[in-house]
Design a binder for this molecule. Structure first.
Ligand code: KIV
Length: 273
């Protein structure tokens, strides 16, 4: 039997660790529902993150802090009903992993009710006891360092992290602590490229960057950002691969015009008697 990976083989923790060893870049995208999930499933994307960014992207909050565990279970379940090939990680929302018991109970719900393959937690050394407990329970864990959006108020805004030498040392120590606690992957958000490249070289487990340069082992973007849903959101790290804001806006205008001119529905879109 051949062990060569094909597009239809499910991506596992082992696949992702092997990709790092082989020097193959890992692609990850956020996804929050089954409509986008079907498209991701048909693509060659390696990992899906049901991010708590759904608070900003779908629910209209101005941060991820109001997102609840119930929100995350609801959206994770919608994604995992259709996404079978990529590895699906779900974010543990704000204050749902403040101690080991909470982390275990809430991660179990994301896995059992949401169907997640693993969970992502924000933070470094301070959350390693929770990470170790989850890993001991058989739950794959992704760490998240640098700009950690659940701490936006403590960080005084969405800004580049680890610019100072002391912060860079802290970041590296946190990354190693997460790896030692059993995290199989670490997201690095908004940190200088050279720092992310150094961390990536030092770790055995893959790093996935967002605003962290090409030296990471993989890259993640928020689905709606890369598709250009919000014309006014243009951070430096974002590359827009489509302009859906314009495509959707133009489509709605055309529909509105057709309805008002009584051009829709035409006979071809109507039923005969
Ligand atoms: O919630 C999210 O979408 C994330 C990514 C930005 C990594 O955490």
């Amino acid at each position: 039997m051949s062990h060569v990976l094909t597009k239809s083989q499910p991506i596992t923790v082992a696949t992702l660790l092997n990709k790092k060893v082989a020097g193959e870049a890992i692609s990850m995208v956020t996804c929050y529902d089954s409509a986008f999930g079907r498209i991701v499933e048909a693509s060659t994307i390696d990992m899906v993150l049901v991010g708590d960014s759904l608070g900003n992207v779908l629910l209209g909050y101005d941060s991820t802090i109001p997102v609840t565990l119930e929100d995350m279970i609801h959206h994770t379940a919608a994604v995992t009903r259709v996404v079978k090939r990529p590895f699906v990680a779900a974010d543990m929302p704000f204050m749902t992993y403040a101690n080991r018991d909470d982390a275990l109970r809430n991660a179990a719900k994301l896995m059992q009710l949401g169907g997640a393959h693993g969970v992502k937690l924000e933070g470094g050394e301070a959350i390693c006891p929770q990470v170790a407990a989850l890993v001991a329970a058989g739950i794959p864990v992704i760490g998240h360092l640098g700009l950690t959006p659940q701490s936006v108020h403590a960080l005084s805004g969405y800004r580049v992290q680890a610019k100072e030498k002391s912060e860079q040392k802290r970041l590296l120590a946190d990354a190693k602590a997460l790896q030692d606690a059993g995290a199989f992957c670490v997201v690095l958000e908004m940190i200088p490229s050279q720092v992310a490249a150094l961390v990536s070289k030092d770790l055995v487990v893959p790093t996935i960057g967002i605003g962290a340069g090409v030296g990471c082992d993989g890259q993640v973007l928020v689905m709606h950002d890369l598709l250009g849903f919000d014309a006014s959101f243009n951070p430096k790290f974002l590359k827009k691969y489509a302009d859906l804001n314009k495509i959707i806006g133009d489509s709605l205008s055309s529909f509105d015009k057709d309805v008002k001119l009584r051009k829709f529905p035409s006979p071809e879109h109507s039923f005969g008697g």
